[in-house]
Design a protein around this ligand. Structure first.
Ligand SMILES: Nc1ncnc2c1ncn2[C@@H]1O[C@H](COP(=O)(O)OP(=O)(O)O)[C@@H](O)[C@H]1O
Ligand SMILES: [Mg+2]
Length: 421
């Protein structure tokens, strides 16, 4: 029996799921079904009954729920793996397969590995685990495809999160976006700065541009936000930096469909080389998906003892939620090196934060204030300043080794599909 939305040809990311378990089907529907960028093909039934009706043509990833204790099911999976392996007819293997099992035993795990399933998960499967696994096996499969390496680089996503208020998230996000914009080997890159601090955002102010993201117009229909509408809602800075920012309404508690954010993420990640997110302090239902989709996660904090403590707590919370996903790294902003004072030194900070400590960014209020007041990058106020030099080290990619764009796009869409927690 086939349920759920049919897969359109246009959807480049197609997830095929087979399960006889209602609860798991529901998890899958809630995880992948909401994103318009993902075609979900959900087949209800056991593998031995339904394997023949599985259509994995064009599938990005196949998820199969098997009863690993039942030999008939394992044989059906073996046959399915063979079929998928020969499916493309171009000498390449088909989509990666993730097996979901109920009871887990060592011998069955070996058997699954021998069949060359890309990965397996034992129930209960958390949505985040499912998304992460699908995204990872997709990336891995595409990396090993010869055609993939010929394609261009993936969208790099850098996210700045505050440990405390006023630590400098917006300042660092804006400056990093500027650096990335100017990091192309042959001129500018395509870079987009996205202000997700919908209530107290200052990106547009710091760059002296008009915010154009109209959440009201998108309203209850996130699918309205397509490439064309995004272009209307983008602000362009004189430097060439694209900015997505909404006008502030400080007295209004915004409530909008979290899918709007998911959709926004999908769009910017597939249309820009670099995306920089300025995050609010509050944790929203969409926060996890932004973090999960990020290549670099910077937690911005200050030198005071309480703010170091907050940073450490945030690192722990993120590690717990994202598991082996992106690693949060702490950046201490407005750092003043004092040789003869009782203030915290770099060593103290490193000790307090532990292995998540990344770097200190120097304090230079006059420089930052002038850049903000004029709506220009720091480098334009003072070339070769220490803040810019430090950010360049942290954020601008050196060399290559990035996975192929198509794989990255598909993986990003999978990750971003997870807007609920
Ligand atoms: N490295 C720095 N040196 C000096 N002042 C800074 C630095 N980074 C940020 N600031 C100042 O700190 C204040 C808060 O910065 P902002 O980026 O708006 O923080 P957030 O977005 O975390 O609230 C601003 O007045 C900004 O000028
Ligand atoms: Mg801010």
């Amino acid at each position: 029996m086939r349920v759920g939305p049919s897969v359109s040809q246009a959807a480049r990311t197609k997830v095929v799921v087979l399960t006889a378990d209602e609860a798991f089907a529901e998890t899958v529907g809630a995880t992948f079904g909401a994103s318009a960028q993902i075609g979900l093909d959900l087949v209800h039934g056991s593998l031995s009954d339904c394997a023949g009706s599985l259509d994995f043509g064009g599938a990005t990833v196949v998820v199969v729920d098997v009863d690993a204790g039942d030999e008939t099911e394992l044989v059906a999976l073996e046959q399915l793996m063979l079929r998928i392996g020969q499916g493309s007819g171009r000498g390449q293997s088909g989509p990666p397969v993730v097996a979901i099992t109920q009871n887990f035993a060592h011998a069955q795990a070996r058997r699954l590995l021998q069949m060359r399933v890309a990965d397996f998960l034992a129930k209960p499967v958390a949505p985040v685990e499912l998304v992460r696994t699908c995204a990872r096996v997709t990336e891995m499969a595409a990396r090993s495809t010869p055609a993939a390496s010929a394609e261009t680089a993936e969208a790099q996503i850098l996210t700045f999160l505050p440990a405390v208020g006023g630590a400098g998230v917006t300042t660092l996000a804006v400056q990093t976006a500027m650096l990335l914009l100017n990091s192309g080997a042959r001129g500018k890159t395509s870079t987009c700065l996205v202000d997700l601090d919908f209530q107290h955002g200052t990106c547009a102010d710091y760059l002296d541009i008009e915010p154009r993201l109209d959440l009201g117009e998108i309203g209850p229909r996130p699918e309205r936000l397509d490439r064309q509408l995004l272009e209307v809602m983008l602000s362009q800075h004189a430097s060439g930096l694209a900015v997505v920012a909404a006008p502030n309404r400080p007295a209004e508690m915004r409530s909008f469909d979290p899918d709007v954010v998911t959709r926004l993420l999908d769009l910017v990640s597939s249309h820009f080389e670099f995306v920089v997110f300025d995050m609010p302090r509050t944790w929203f239902s969409w926060t996890d998906s932004v973090l999960l989709g990020s290549d670099k996660l910077f937690i911005v904090s200050e030198t005071t003892v309480p703010s170091l403590r907050q940073a450490k707590q945030l690192v722990a919370a993120i590690r717990e939620r994202l598991g082996d996903g992106p690693k949060p790294q702490v950046v201490i902003n407005r750092y003043v090196q004092k040789l003869f004072s009782h203030g915290l030194r770099r060593g103290d900070i490193e000790q307090a934060i532990g292995d998540a400590f990344l770097a200190c960014v120097p304090n230079d209020y006059a420089l930052v204030r002038e850049a903000i007041d004029r709506g220009v990058p720091l480098d334009e106020v003072r070339k070769g300043n220490k803040i810019t030099l430090q950010l360049k080290k942290l954020a601008v990619p050196q060399g290559n080794g990035k996975p192929a764009k198509a794989a990255a796009d598909a993986a990003a869409k999978l990750k971003f599909s997870w807007a609920r927690s």
